[in-house]
Design a protein around this ligand. Sequence first.
Ligand code: TXA
Ligand code: MG
Length: 349
Amino acid sequence: MYTAFQKISSIDPDSQVIAQAGKILKDGGLVAFPTETVYGLGASAYQAAALRNIYAAKGRPSDNPLILHIADFSMLNELAATVPASAKKITEAFWPGPLTVIVPRSHKVLDEVTGGLDTVAVRFPSSLIAQELILAAQVPIAAPSANLSGRPSPTSAQSVLEDLDGKIEMILDGGDCEIGVESTVVDCTTAVPTILRPGGITYEMLVELLGEVVVDPGLSGDSQAIPKAPGMKYRHYAPVAPIVLFEGNPDNVRQTIVQQVLYHTAQNKQVGLLVCDEWKELMPKVAALVTYGSLEKPAEVACDLFESLRSFDATTVDIIFAQGIVERGIGRAVMNRLRKAAGHKIITV
Ligand code: TXA
Ligand code: MG
Protein backbone atom coordinates (compact mmCIF):
# COMPACT_ATOMS: atom_id res chain seq x y z
CA MET A 1 0.00 0.00 0.00
CA TYR A 2 1.17 3.55 -0.72
CA THR A 3 1.25 5.72 2.41
CA ALA A 4 0.63 9.41 1.71
CA PHE A 5 2.75 11.72 3.91
CA GLN A 6 1.23 15.19 4.37
CA LYS A 7 2.72 18.12 6.27
CA ILE A 8 0.07 20.19 8.02
CA SER A 9 0.21 23.23 10.28
CA SER A 10 -0.83 22.68 13.88
CA ILE A 11 -1.92 26.32 14.23
CA ASP A 12 -4.02 26.58 11.11
CA PRO A 13 -4.65 23.10 9.65
CA ASP A 14 -5.20 23.09 5.88
CA SER A 15 -8.87 22.29 5.38
CA GLN A 16 -8.19 20.52 2.05
CA VAL A 17 -5.79 18.07 3.68
CA ILE A 18 -8.15 17.56 6.63
CA ALA A 19 -11.05 16.90 4.26
CA GLN A 20 -8.97 14.37 2.35
CA ALA A 21 -7.96 12.58 5.58
CA GLY A 22 -11.56 12.66 6.82
CA LYS A 23 -12.69 11.01 3.59
CA ILE A 24 -10.12 8.21 4.00
CA LEU A 25 -11.55 7.54 7.48
CA LYS A 26 -15.15 7.59 6.20
CA ASP A 27 -14.13 5.12 3.48
CA GLY A 28 -12.77 2.72 6.12
CA GLY A 29 -9.05 3.60 5.79
CA LEU A 30 -6.39 4.34 8.41
CA VAL A 31 -4.87 7.79 9.06
CA ALA A 32 -2.06 8.54 11.54
CA PHE A 33 -2.42 11.99 13.10
CA PRO A 34 -0.77 14.13 15.78
CA THR A 35 -2.27 14.75 19.20
CA GLU A 36 -0.79 16.73 22.09
CA THR A 37 0.39 13.45 23.69
CA VAL A 38 1.64 11.08 20.96
CA TYR A 39 0.64 10.29 17.35
CA GLY A 40 -2.51 8.19 17.01
CA LEU A 41 -3.45 5.61 14.37
CA GLY A 42 -7.06 6.46 13.55
CA ALA A 43 -10.03 4.57 12.14
CA SER A 44 -13.76 5.26 12.21
CA ALA A 45 -15.17 4.00 15.52
CA TYR A 46 -18.17 2.55 13.69
CA GLN A 47 -16.42 0.41 11.05
CA ALA A 48 -15.51 -3.05 12.32
CA ALA A 49 -13.24 -3.92 9.37
CA ALA A 50 -11.26 -0.67 9.76
CA LEU A 51 -10.87 -1.36 13.49
CA ARG A 52 -9.52 -4.85 12.75
CA ASN A 53 -7.04 -3.25 10.33
CA ILE A 54 -5.66 -1.13 13.20
CA TYR A 55 -4.75 -4.29 15.11
CA ALA A 56 -3.23 -5.83 11.97
CA ALA A 57 -1.14 -2.74 11.06
CA LYS A 58 0.28 -2.47 14.60
CA GLY A 59 0.59 -6.20 15.28
CA ARG A 60 -1.45 -5.46 18.40
CA PRO A 61 -3.01 -8.18 20.58
CA SER A 62 -6.79 -8.06 20.00
CA ASP A 63 -7.57 -8.11 23.75
CA ASN A 64 -6.07 -4.62 24.12
CA PRO A 65 -8.96 -2.14 23.71
CA LEU A 66 -8.82 1.19 21.87
CA ILE A 67 -9.50 4.78 22.96
CA LEU A 68 -12.29 6.67 21.15
CA HIS A 69 -11.39 10.29 20.35
CA ILE A 70 -14.10 12.94 20.30
CA ALA A 71 -14.16 16.64 19.46
CA ASP A 72 -17.19 17.80 21.38
CA PHE A 73 -18.53 17.04 24.88
CA SER A 74 -21.84 15.79 23.50
CA MET A 75 -20.09 12.89 21.75
CA LEU A 76 -19.39 11.39 25.21
CA ASN A 77 -23.13 10.90 25.77
CA GLU A 78 -23.35 8.95 22.52
CA LEU A 79 -20.59 6.53 23.62
CA ALA A 80 -21.33 6.15 27.35
CA ALA A 81 -24.35 4.29 28.73
CA THR A 82 -24.07 6.59 31.75
CA VAL A 83 -21.55 9.26 32.70
CA PRO A 84 -20.46 8.74 36.34
CA ALA A 85 -20.18 11.91 38.47
CA SER A 86 -16.39 11.54 38.70
CA ALA A 87 -16.11 11.40 34.90
CA LYS A 88 -18.26 14.50 34.55
CA LYS A 89 -16.09 16.37 37.01
CA ILE A 90 -12.69 15.53 35.58
CA THR A 91 -13.69 15.92 31.93
CA GLU A 92 -15.15 19.36 32.67
CA ALA A 93 -11.86 20.33 34.30
CA PHE A 94 -9.32 18.72 31.96
CA TRP A 95 -10.93 18.34 28.51
CA PRO A 96 -9.83 18.99 25.89
CA GLY A 97 -6.51 17.51 27.03
CA PRO A 98 -4.38 14.48 27.88
CA LEU A 99 -7.06 12.62 29.86
CA THR A 100 -8.95 9.43 28.96
CA VAL A 101 -11.97 8.30 30.99
CA ILE A 102 -13.25 4.73 31.26
CA VAL A 103 -17.06 4.73 31.41
CA PRO A 104 -19.83 2.14 30.84
CA ARG A 105 -20.21 1.66 27.08
CA SER A 106 -23.37 2.45 25.11
CA HIS A 107 -24.94 0.08 22.57
CA LYS A 108 -23.30 2.11 19.78
CA VAL A 109 -19.78 1.03 20.73
CA LEU A 110 -18.44 -1.98 18.81
CA ASP A 111 -16.74 -5.03 20.39
CA GLU A 112 -13.73 -4.36 18.14
CA VAL A 113 -13.17 -1.17 20.17
CA THR A 114 -13.54 -2.60 23.67
CA GLY A 115 -12.20 -6.11 23.18
CA GLY A 116 -15.54 -7.27 24.60
CA LEU A 117 -15.29 -5.27 27.87
CA ASP A 118 -18.48 -3.56 29.08
CA THR A 119 -16.64 -0.25 29.40
CA VAL A 120 -15.18 2.15 26.84
CA ALA A 121 -12.22 4.58 26.90
CA VAL A 122 -12.98 8.13 25.66
CA ARG A 123 -10.68 11.14 25.14
CA PHE A 124 -11.18 14.69 23.85
CA PRO A 125 -7.71 15.79 22.66
CA SER A 126 -6.66 19.45 22.69
CA SER A 127 -4.69 19.16 19.43
CA LEU A 128 -6.38 21.30 16.79
CA ILE A 129 -5.43 18.91 13.98
CA ALA A 130 -6.95 15.98 15.89
CA GLN A 131 -10.15 17.96 16.56
CA GLU A 132 -10.51 19.05 12.93
CA LEU A 133 -9.95 15.49 11.74
CA ILE A 134 -12.64 14.07 14.06
CA LEU A 135 -15.09 16.74 12.88
CA ALA A 136 -14.25 15.98 9.24
CA ALA A 137 -14.78 12.24 9.78
CA GLN A 138 -18.13 13.06 11.46
CA VAL A 139 -17.67 10.12 13.85
CA PRO A 140 -15.53 9.35 16.91
CA ILE A 141 -12.08 8.13 15.88
CA ALA A 142 -10.65 5.00 17.46
CA ALA A 143 -6.91 5.46 17.85
CA PRO A 144 -4.14 3.67 19.67
CA SER A 145 -0.63 5.13 19.55
CA ALA A 146 0.71 4.92 15.98
CA ASN A 147 3.66 2.61 16.67
CA LEU A 148 4.26 -1.08 16.03
CA SER A 149 3.11 -2.96 19.12
CA GLY A 150 5.88 -3.07 21.73
CA ARG A 151 7.89 -0.12 20.35
CA PRO A 152 8.00 3.32 22.00
CA SER A 153 5.00 5.48 21.04
CA PRO A 154 5.79 7.95 18.24
CA THR A 155 6.01 11.65 19.07
CA SER A 156 7.09 12.66 15.57
CA ALA A 157 5.63 11.86 12.14
CA GLN A 158 9.04 10.45 11.14
CA SER A 159 8.73 7.77 13.84
CA VAL A 160 5.25 6.87 12.57
CA LEU A 161 6.67 6.51 9.06
CA GLU A 162 9.44 4.26 10.40
CA ASP A 163 6.88 1.87 11.91
CA LEU A 164 3.88 2.04 9.57
CA ASP A 165 5.05 3.01 6.07
CA GLY A 166 3.20 0.87 3.52
CA LYS A 167 0.64 -0.32 6.08
CA ILE A 168 -1.76 2.65 6.29
CA GLU A 169 -3.31 5.14 3.88
CA MET A 170 -2.02 8.43 5.29
CA ILE A 171 0.22 10.13 7.84
CA LEU A 172 -0.49 13.75 8.85
CA ASP A 173 2.75 15.45 9.91
CA GLY A 174 1.87 18.18 12.40
CA GLY A 175 5.34 18.35 13.97
CA ASP A 176 6.49 17.04 17.35
CA CYS A 177 3.98 16.33 20.14
CA GLU A 178 4.00 18.73 23.09
CA ILE A 179 3.57 16.32 25.99
CA GLY A 180 5.33 13.23 24.71
CA VAL A 181 3.72 10.55 26.91
CA GLU A 182 0.24 9.10 26.43
CA SER A 183 -2.86 10.41 28.17
CA THR A 184 -3.73 9.65 31.79
CA VAL A 185 -6.31 6.82 31.84
CA VAL A 186 -8.83 7.06 34.72
CA ASP A 187 -11.39 4.34 35.40
CA CYS A 188 -14.52 6.21 36.50
CA THR A 189 -16.61 3.04 36.99
CA THR A 190 -15.05 2.27 40.40
CA ALA A 191 -16.41 3.80 43.64
CA VAL A 192 -13.15 5.71 43.98
CA PRO A 193 -11.75 6.66 40.54
CA THR A 194 -8.67 4.61 39.63
CA ILE A 195 -5.64 5.73 37.62
CA LEU A 196 -4.91 2.90 35.17
CA ARG A 197 -2.11 4.76 33.36
CA PRO A 198 -0.28 7.90 34.59
CA GLY A 199 0.11 10.74 32.08
CA GLY A 200 -0.07 14.50 31.51
CA ILE A 201 -2.98 15.02 33.91
CA THR A 202 -1.14 14.11 37.08
CA TYR A 203 -2.15 12.20 40.20
CA GLU A 204 -1.76 15.44 42.16
CA MET A 205 -4.14 17.33 39.82
CA LEU A 206 -6.77 14.56 40.09
CA VAL A 207 -6.54 14.34 43.88
CA GLU A 208 -6.95 18.08 44.19
CA LEU A 209 -10.17 17.93 42.19
CA LEU A 210 -11.67 14.63 43.37
CA GLY A 211 -10.36 14.39 46.93
CA GLU A 212 -9.62 10.70 46.57
CA VAL A 213 -8.04 8.71 43.74
CA VAL A 214 -6.44 5.28 43.78
CA VAL A 215 -3.59 4.09 41.59
CA ASP A 216 -4.09 0.66 40.02
CA PRO A 217 -1.90 -1.69 42.13
CA GLY A 218 -0.92 -3.46 38.90
CA LEU A 219 1.14 -0.39 37.94
CA SER A 220 3.68 -0.66 40.74
CA GLY A 221 6.88 -2.43 39.77
CA ASP A 222 6.92 -5.04 42.54
CA SER A 223 3.22 -5.93 42.54
CA GLN A 224 2.00 -9.34 41.38
CA ALA A 225 -1.37 -7.81 40.46
CA ILE A 226 -2.42 -7.76 36.81
CA PRO A 227 -2.99 -4.19 35.57
CA LYS A 228 -6.62 -3.31 34.87
CA ALA A 229 -5.84 -1.56 31.59
CA PRO A 230 -5.08 -4.54 29.36
CA GLY A 231 -2.39 -2.55 27.52
CA MET A 232 -0.35 -2.07 30.68
CA LYS A 233 0.53 -5.75 31.07
CA TYR A 234 2.85 -6.01 28.06
CA ARG A 235 6.56 -5.13 27.86
CA HIS A 236 6.32 -1.91 25.95
CA TYR A 237 8.06 1.30 25.00
CA ALA A 238 11.19 -0.76 24.54
CA PRO A 239 14.17 -0.42 22.20
CA VAL A 240 15.70 -3.63 20.83
CA ALA A 241 18.55 -3.76 23.39
CA PRO A 242 17.56 -4.64 26.97
CA ILE A 243 17.27 -1.74 29.43
CA VAL A 244 18.25 -1.79 33.07
CA LEU A 245 16.70 1.01 35.12
CA PHE A 246 18.43 2.47 38.19
CA GLU A 247 16.29 4.12 40.85
CA GLY A 248 16.89 5.59 44.30
CA ASN A 249 19.32 8.04 45.83
CA PRO A 250 20.81 10.06 42.91
CA ASP A 251 24.42 9.82 44.14
CA ASN A 252 24.13 6.06 44.56
CA VAL A 253 22.46 5.76 41.16
CA ARG A 254 25.26 7.70 39.48
CA GLN A 255 28.02 5.70 41.17
CA THR A 256 26.32 2.38 40.38
CA ILE A 257 25.77 3.29 36.73
CA VAL A 258 29.45 4.26 36.40
CA GLN A 259 30.53 0.92 37.95
CA GLN A 260 28.19 -1.01 35.67
CA VAL A 261 29.46 0.80 32.58
CA LEU A 262 33.09 0.03 33.45
CA TYR A 263 32.26 -3.60 34.21
CA HIS A 264 30.34 -4.20 30.96
CA THR A 265 32.86 -2.29 28.83
CA ALA A 266 35.61 -4.53 30.24
CA GLN A 267 33.51 -7.51 29.04
CA ASN A 268 33.59 -6.02 25.50
CA LYS A 269 29.94 -5.03 25.64
CA GLN A 270 28.71 -1.93 23.83
CA VAL A 271 26.89 0.14 26.41
CA GLY A 272 24.12 2.69 25.88
CA LEU A 273 23.31 5.30 28.51
CA LEU A 274 20.11 7.27 29.04
CA VAL A 275 20.73 9.96 31.65
CA CYS A 276 19.91 13.58 32.46
CA ASP A 277 21.80 16.52 30.88
CA GLU A 278 23.53 17.24 34.18
CA TRP A 279 25.32 13.88 34.11
CA LYS A 280 26.60 14.09 30.55
CA GLU A 281 30.12 15.11 31.55
CA LEU A 282 30.24 12.78 34.56
CA MET A 283 29.87 9.50 32.67
CA PRO A 284 32.66 7.28 31.29
CA LYS A 285 32.95 6.92 27.51
CA VAL A 286 30.23 4.66 26.07
CA ALA A 287 29.06 3.53 22.62
CA ALA A 288 25.91 5.69 22.79
CA LEU A 289 25.09 8.40 25.30
CA VAL A 290 21.58 9.87 25.08
CA THR A 291 20.38 12.61 27.39
CA TYR A 292 16.68 13.14 28.00
CA GLY A 293 16.80 16.71 29.31
CA SER A 294 17.33 18.39 32.65
CA LEU A 295 16.15 16.86 35.95
CA GLU A 296 14.88 20.35 36.82
CA LYS A 297 12.38 20.09 33.95
CA PRO A 298 10.54 16.76 34.14
CA ALA A 299 8.05 17.92 31.48
CA GLU A 300 10.94 18.10 29.01
CA VAL A 301 12.10 14.64 30.06
CA ALA A 302 8.59 13.34 29.29
CA CYS A 303 8.62 15.16 25.97
CA ASP A 304 11.93 13.62 24.83
CA LEU A 305 11.57 10.19 26.42
CA PHE A 306 10.20 8.07 23.56
CA GLU A 307 12.39 9.57 20.84
CA SER A 308 15.39 9.03 23.15
CA LEU A 309 14.44 5.38 23.60
CA ARG A 310 13.93 4.96 19.85
CA SER A 311 17.32 6.51 19.06
CA PHE A 312 19.12 3.47 20.53
CA ASP A 313 17.75 1.36 17.69
CA ALA A 314 20.02 3.23 15.29
CA THR A 315 23.04 2.06 17.35
CA THR A 316 24.61 -1.35 17.99
CA VAL A 317 24.49 -1.26 21.80
CA ASP A 318 24.13 -4.57 23.68
CA ILE A 319 22.64 -3.11 26.84
CA ILE A 320 21.18 0.23 27.98
CA PHE A 321 21.45 1.72 31.49
CA ALA A 322 18.81 4.32 32.32
CA GLN A 323 18.61 6.81 35.16
CA GLY A 324 15.27 7.08 36.97
CA ILE A 325 13.73 10.43 37.96
CA VAL A 326 11.65 11.57 40.93
CA GLU A 327 8.14 10.11 40.90
CA ARG A 328 6.15 13.31 41.24
CA GLY A 329 3.84 15.12 38.79
CA ILE A 330 4.63 14.09 35.21
CA GLY A 331 7.59 12.15 36.69
CA ARG A 332 5.12 9.35 37.54
CA ALA A 333 4.34 8.86 33.86
CA VAL A 334 8.03 8.93 32.96
CA MET A 335 8.87 6.30 35.59
CA ASN A 336 5.91 4.13 34.57
CA ARG A 337 7.12 4.08 30.94
CA LEU A 338 10.77 3.54 31.91
CA ARG A 339 9.84 0.61 34.17
CA LYS A 340 7.84 -0.98 31.40
CA ALA A 341 10.63 -0.39 28.90
CA ALA A 342 12.99 -2.10 31.34
CA GLY A 343 10.61 -5.07 31.53
CA HIS A 344 10.97 -4.62 35.29
CA LYS A 345 14.76 -5.11 35.30
CA ILE A 346 15.07 -2.45 37.99
CA ILE A 347 17.91 -1.91 40.44
CA THR A 348 17.12 0.24 43.47
CA VAL A 349 20.19 1.67 45.21
O1 TXA B 1 -2.54 9.76 24.56
C1 TXA B 1 -3.14 8.74 24.23
O2 TXA B 1 -3.96 8.20 24.97
C2 TXA B 1 -2.85 8.15 22.83
C3 TXA B 1 -3.32 9.16 21.80
C4 TXA B 1 -3.22 8.62 20.40
O3 TXA B 1 -4.61 9.58 22.10
N1 TXA B 1 -3.48 6.87 22.66
C5 TXA B 1 -3.04 5.74 23.29
O4 TXA B 1 -3.74 4.59 22.97
O5 TXA B 1 -2.11 5.73 24.05
P1 TXA B 1 -3.22 3.12 23.33
O6 TXA B 1 -4.13 2.21 22.61
O7 TXA B 1 -1.78 3.01 22.99
O8 TXA B 1 -3.46 2.97 24.85
C6 TXA B 1 -4.77 2.82 25.36
C7 TXA B 1 -4.74 2.30 26.79
C8 TXA B 1 -4.29 0.86 26.83
O9 TXA B 1 -3.46 0.66 27.98
C9 TXA B 1 -5.63 0.13 26.97
O10 TXA B 1 -5.48 -1.13 27.57
C10 TXA B 1 -6.43 1.09 27.83
O11 TXA B 1 -6.07 2.37 27.35
N2 TXA B 1 -7.89 0.91 27.66
C11 TXA B 1 -8.64 1.14 26.57
N3 TXA B 1 -9.93 0.82 26.79
C12 TXA B 1 -10.01 0.38 28.06
C13 TXA B 1 -11.07 -0.08 28.89
N4 TXA B 1 -12.32 -0.17 28.45
N5 TXA B 1 -10.76 -0.45 30.17
C14 TXA B 1 -9.50 -0.35 30.64
N6 TXA B 1 -8.46 0.08 29.89
C15 TXA B 1 -8.70 0.44 28.63
MG1 MG C 1 0.19 2.39 22.81
